[in-house]
Design a binder for this molecule. Structure first.
Ligand SMILES: Cc1cc2nc3c(=O)[nH]c(=O)nc-3n(C[C@H](O)[C@H](O)[C@H](O)COP(=O)(O)O)c2cc1C
Length: 388
């Protein structure tokens, strides 16, 4: 079983992630982890923070001579911005007074988190609730993705809608063709429909000028996932439930759907269910994939298809009405350097979070503490599927 925890504040010394349960003898290259971190920082519409931070993952344990040794892997990402926050984020008590963050931002955990932990300086909340934390989470996903590659399982997250400009150009494409399309995109929107990109750029520029923000929809697809991963026997073992939780826990995601998802509401049952066929060559197969690769919490061998909606982020340059928690007077939120559109970044983070859940399901079915033994188990499992 893969377990992971992250720690760290947005402007503290740095972020840490500990990942437990990765089998031994898996090749890990720090450079690969850094590529994922760089990808997370890209995207037209990101704010000034991304220019300050050029994230670098430093593996502290669990890897020796380039291979995992089966021990917990810990990774540290330094916050370069910490130099500017040393006194405000001091670990030890200091003698000078520090400006308190007193006006909670609607759409953030500021007010409810302050109430929960009884913080009077809301910086104590926002420092941890910030999506900066995803820089650590994404590393757990990146390591899982390296493991999944050993089993020919590929996952891709990309953007299918920004500010209502949507595309379904990807519908019949597989991962390698979608990658070609999103790599062509010079502005790092991870959006596969190049014709619509100028319109999206226009929308983002206009939002920037107005001090506004934009949301969208991301899609994550997984190919090569065998049938039988996940479980139907207990509510908290269902793979669709686990993926949905992983994605809903990602800052700014407000809805998740699998396959036909919310559009199921528009059709009758006789139209939407993926009828089962069998041939000697293919084994069991479907002609449609409305289920998005999961039935009853278990993979069915089809491509996993997930979409999630990303809300427009809530730090607006023009401010939103709020209340000062000290004076109780009406106040506008104060603007702190912020992103305008994070949908592309959310897509790459989501890709990696889904990787963690699929890895866990794979480990449950054929898992082993050593990679080569795990591969032997996988061969057996594939044989079982073919014979079934
Ligand atoms: C990669 C990423 C970057 C984000 N950047 C910002 C930002 O600069 N300003 C902001 O107000 N919210 C930003 N958010 C969104 C907030 O973190 C999020 O809305 C907030 O923590 C509340 O969580 P919730 O939206 O899931 O309820 C970002 C989210 C992600 C995933």
């Amino acid at each position: 079983m893969i377990r992971y925890l992250t720690a760290g504040e947005s402007h503290g010394k740095g972020l840490t992630v500990i990942i437990d349960g990765i089998p031994s003898n898996l090749k890990i290259d720090e450079r690969e982890l850094n590529l994922i971190l760089a990808e997370r920082q890209k995207g037209y519409g990101r704010g000034g923070r991304q220019k300050i931070e050029s994230d670098r993952a430093e593996i502290l344990s669990g890897v020796r001579f380039g291979k995992t040794i089966g021990s917990p892997i810990s990774v540290f990402i330094r916050n370069n911005d910490y130099e500017n926050w040393k006194s405000r984020m001091s670990i030890t008590p200091i003698n000078q007074s520090v400006d308190e963050f007193l006006i909670p931002r609607p759409g953030h955990a500021d007010l409810s988190g302050g109430i929960r932990f009884n913080h009077r300086d809301l910086r104590n909340v926002l420092e941890r609730a910030s999506a900066r934390e995803t820089a650590a989470r994404i590393i757990a996903g990146a390591i899982c993705k390296i493991l999944l590659k050993e089993f020919n399982i590929e996952i891709l997250g990309y953007v299918v809608n920004i500010a209502g400009i949507s595309t379904n150009i990807d519908k019949k494409l597989d991962i390698k063709d979608i990658i070609k399309k999103i790599k062509n995109d010079k502005v790092d929107l991870r959006y596969p429909d190049s014709k619509k990109i100028p319109l999206i750029i226009k929308k983002i520029d206009s939002a920037m000028k107005k001090g506004d923000t934009l949301g969208g929809i991301i899609k994550v697809i997984a190919e090569g996932v065998p049938p039988g991963l996940g479980d139907y026997t207990q509510w908290d073992r269902k793979l669709d439930g686990k993926i949905a939780m992983a994605l809903m826990s990602l800052q700014s995601i407000k809805g998740v759907e699998f396959g036909a998802g919310f559009s199921y509401a528009n059709y009758s049952g006789s139209f939407v269910h993926d009828a089962i066929y069998y041939s000697k060559n293919k084994g069991y197969y479907r002609k449609t994939n409305n289920a998005g690769g999961l039935e009853g919490g278990v993979t069915n061998g089809n491509k996993i298809i997930i979409r999630a909606v990303v809300k427009p982020i809530s730090t607006l340059r023009k401010g939103i009405d709020s209340v000062n928690i000290k004076t109780k007077l009406k106040s506008k939120t104060v603007y702190e350097r912020s992103d305008v559109c994070v949908v592309p970044a959310v897509s790459i983070i989501a890709e990696n979070l889904v990787a963690i859940e699929i890895t866990n399901a794979l480990m449950e079915q054929i898992g082993c503490v050593e990679l080569n033994l795990m591969k032997e188990n996988y061969k057996n499992y594939l044989r079982h599927i073919r014979k079934y």
